[in-house]
Design a protein around this ligand. Sequence first.
Ligand code: NDP
Length: 330
Amino acid sequence: SREVHLVRRPHGEPVQDDFSLVETTVGAPEPGRVLIRNEWLSVDPYMRGRMNDVKSYVPPFQLGAPMEGGAVGTVVESADESIPVGATVLHMAGWREYASIPAKHAQIVDTEIAPAQAYLGVLGTTGLTAYAGLVEVAPVKEGDVVFVSGAAGAVGSVAGQIARKLGASKVIGSAGGPEKAKKLTDEYGFDAAIDYRLGNLEAQLKAAAPEGVDVYFDNVGGDHLRAAIARSNVGGRIALCGAISQYNATTPVPGPDNLAQAIGKRLTLKGFIVMDHMHLAPTWVPQAARWLADGELRAEETVVDGVDHAVDAFLGLLRGANTGKMLIRL
Ligand code: NDP
């Protein structure tokens, strides 16, 4: 079995030499454990943070050890009666072809309602992040104008569609480049799209939402957050979900210079981690599966083949090579 190790902590943007593909042997599982043949691996922006040696809400990856991450696969050997051979399971021992883990760390998923890899994307924490952000963190009310950054990505593309379902009167998305911007309006149902690479974000946002913004779902931070604060209406809500524009930063990043506007505008800016909203999963998963089946929810995937290309997929994710969920197929 091949697995990807972190061998050096990246400085700034990660490079191939920070990682190594290592061949290992996996034996039969000990009592209480299962052996899984991974079929899909997730790469996610938060993994960049785990490559640094700093304490966060998840511990850093260890050097010289396989990295972790969401994965789905088939149980090929089981030494625990709770999980039969042949079951499709979701777990966190990704970045490797075969995973031997305690059965209690594997969750059987229902592949009748959706394909297995959907549990790494729209039916997994990705989709739940979008849902939690707009239902509990920065709740969307009927008639709101909603702005989503990183809108062509996994979380953002789902967030835009959820905002519409929650009754937003207008949904604006931003993404990098003209093709992605076009996709937002043509395929994901956004009312207006901003190509942030053209610059002048605040002017573009003003043109798209002259009436102002009520809810901002922030995946990017930096200039996007600044522009959203500038364009927020009184009582506006901002869900601080991610700040991908600064994950590779090597020096501290200053906050938005217009934060004081939050006072007069009575804004709520709230950071959140999807893990604190898992109670929404029993509502979100069947709902999203129904919408997917009915064609009411579009969940795109960008697929890279082979564990030997897992690092390429991750590096590509940080540079915007994906639309929708970035996945590795084994
Ligand atoms: P995405 O599918 O959105 O992939 C990352 C995207 O980020 C790229 O496709 C790229 O799109 C965009 N990007 C990269 N660099 C920049 C930049 N400098 N400025 C603007 N955009 C940039 O990943 P996810 O959907 O998995 O994650 C989206 C965000 O949500 C991330 O910030 C992530 O950390 C966060 N997140 C937070 C969670 C939580 O619990 N709080 C849970 C899950 C995700 P483009 O081509 O448009 O630039």
